[in-house]
Design a binder for this molecule. Structure first.
Ligand code: SF4
Ligand code: SF4
Length: 208
């Protein structure tokens, strides 16, 4: 199972101050913890409630397609979209609107228990440190065979397929292409080497 925790206020504030930002908040799976009240309190404090819409099941491709159609007039002037949801919801929104940077407002954490099944072909491994803001909304942990965090292994084929499986696109090629489309490919050079805090996963494993 998973729980979703809001990111640090400072990080969210930085994004909200970076141009014209619109906010999607998932209604949230009711079987798992989703910090809806905390998000509302923060957005109220930051005077951003009028830039937010609350939507059902951002993990569902068919719903997201309809939402993007519904809000297309607003979104055409937007610089970034902040999504408060689990990692799957953020990725689905980013996939359907690849020309606008999509930023996660939450980290998705693992807790013991059955995760449930999803019909989506994007996945979240509940790493507790969501980095989709750095990777064009494509999860490096689930899209790369080796879950590399700081760039490709260098083994991808010329056609962009992973060296581990020719049936699979190299996640880092996809990330590079998405960042290029966004004009943000420099992010790959500017970001410091990111060391994952596995304690977050180990500690959450011990809960329950
Ligand atoms: S980086 Fe990937 S695994 Fe980690 S929370 Fe985000 S979507 Fe999930
Ligand atoms: S080829 Fe790409 S997806 Fe495959 S392991 Fe290397 S970086 Fe990861």
């Amino acid at each position: 199972m998973l729980i979703t925790k809001i990111k640090e206020k400072e990080k969210i504030l930085n994004v909200l101050n970076s141009g014209n930002v619109f906010i999607f908040k998932c209604f949230g799976c009711k079987d798992v913890y989703f910090p809806e009240e905390e998000i509302d309190l923060l957005l109220t404090e930051l005077k951003c409630m009028d830039r937010m819409v609350r939507l059902d099941y951002l993990c569902r491709e068919e719903f997201v397609e309809r939402y993007l159609e519904r809000y297309k007039d607003i979104l055409k002037d937007v610089d970034r979209i902040v999504v408060f949801s689990c990692g799957v919801g953020v990725q689905v929104v980013a996939r359907h609107i690849p020309e606008i940077p999509v930023i996660p407002g939450c980290d998705t954490h693992y807790i013991n228990g059955f995760q449930g099944l999803t019909a989506q072909d994007v996945d979240c491994q509940m790493c507790g440190q969501c980095r989709l803001n750095l990777t064009g909304g494509i999860c490096p942990i689930t899209s790369c065979s080796k879950s590399l965090l700081n760039g490709p292994c260098g083994g991808a084929n010329k056609d962009g397929k992973c060296e581990v499986s020719k049936d699979m696109d190299c996640g880092w090629v996809l990330i590079y292409k998405r960042l290029k489309l966004l004009g943000e490919e420099d992010l790959l050079k500017r970001c410091p080497v990111d060391i994952m805090d596995y304690k977050l996963i180990i500690d959450s494993d011990k809960k329950e």
